[in-house]
Ligand binder design. Structure first.
Ligand code: NDP
Length: 260
């Protein structure tokens, strides 16, 4: 039986992720993902948020690392590895090392119930997304000139800017969570001056940067999926703030300053 080529796996992975993005944007237009402030009954058994985040993000971290290292230093190595590949490897580890191992430790309400259905969906998506991105990074070789190519440089800068702003915005929210146990307050300062969900905006920017820097179809599919997943949730958060806080800043938008 002929073996399936890596290119076929990557194309199939990218198409599946794009299909899921379309499904997510349609589904999330009509219902909100039932965790955090949108949690509600009827979604089956739950686990604590800290364990949920660790579990959900594990395939993105460990799946990526395993597949990428197999091709970068393991038996799958076919050609000398270039610096751009290691930089891309490091960027993914920076994000998912934090998201899977550290972010759950920073949660101020680690036992807040998170439906297993949500964890299962996140886990499945990360299984579909992490290993193929690891395959793309592990297999692709770049000429030295790629290091100075505007797509690579711009992509890395966007990724790092998105990462920094995402973490800074999440940190503000986690401080609010600590100051308001069991309740919510209006976030202020930083990018919250302009939008309700700067953490989501920054996450989208980060993965657009990844798509540019990798120049890969699978990277582009992930960036599109992230926007399809987080834009509807930003609109739901924004609507929720307006309904629950009569003094919510009137000029603040949901996701894109002055636009959306
Ligand atoms: P949220 O902004 O909904 O919540 C983040 C944390 O802050 C939660 O602990 C939440 O508590 C708390 N919080 C939020 N707003 C307030 C407030 N006004 N007052 C008090 N506490 C508040 O983010 P998510 O949980 O949806 O996402 C967390 C991270 O994961 C983000 O960085 C996001 O970008 C990323 N993510 C990425 C996805 C992707 O597709 N790539 C998908 C989903 C998330 P509580 O839980 O009690 O609401």
């Amino acid at each position: 039986m002929a073996s399936v080529s890596a290119e076929t796996i990557l194309q199939a992975g990218a198409l599946s992720i794009l299909a899921l993005g379309l499904a997510a944007v349609i589904a999330l237009t009509f219902l909100s993902a039932p965790y955090g402030r949108h949690a509600r009954a009827g979604w089956g058994p739950s686990i604590g948020a800290r364990r949920g985040w660790h579990l959900m993000e594990a395939p993105a971290f460990f799946g990526f690392v395993g597949v990428a290292l197999y091709h970068l230093v393991g038996p799958g190595l076919r050609a000398p590895v270039d610096p751009a590949s290691w930089i891309l490897f490091a960027l993914w580890i920076l994000h998912y090392g934090d998201r899977d191992l550290l972010y759950p430790r920073r949660l101020r309400d680690p036992y807040r119930p998170m439906p297993l259905a949500v964890v299962g969906m996140g886990f499945s998506f990360n299984l579909l997304n992490g290993p193929p991105n690891g395959l793309a990074v592990g297999l692709e070789r770049h000429p030295v000139a790629w290091l100075l190519d505007p797509r690579f440089l711009g992509g890395v800068l966007l990724f790092l800017a998105g990462f920094g702003l995402n973490r800074a915005s999440d940190a503000r929210l986690l401080r609010l969570r600590e100051a308001n146990p069991g309740g919510y307050a209006i976030p202020r300062g930083g990018l919250f001056t302009w939008v309700s969900c700067p953490n989501y905006l920054a996450e989208i920017v980060q993965w657009i940067g990844w798509a540019l820097a990798t120049g890969s179809l699978i990277g582009a599919a992930f960036a599109i999926f992230t926007a399809c997943n987080l834009a509807p949730r930003a609109l739901q958060h924004h609507r929720w703030y307006r309904e629950n806080f009569p003094d919510y800043p009137p000029g603040r938008r949901a996701l894109l300053p002055f636009v959306l």
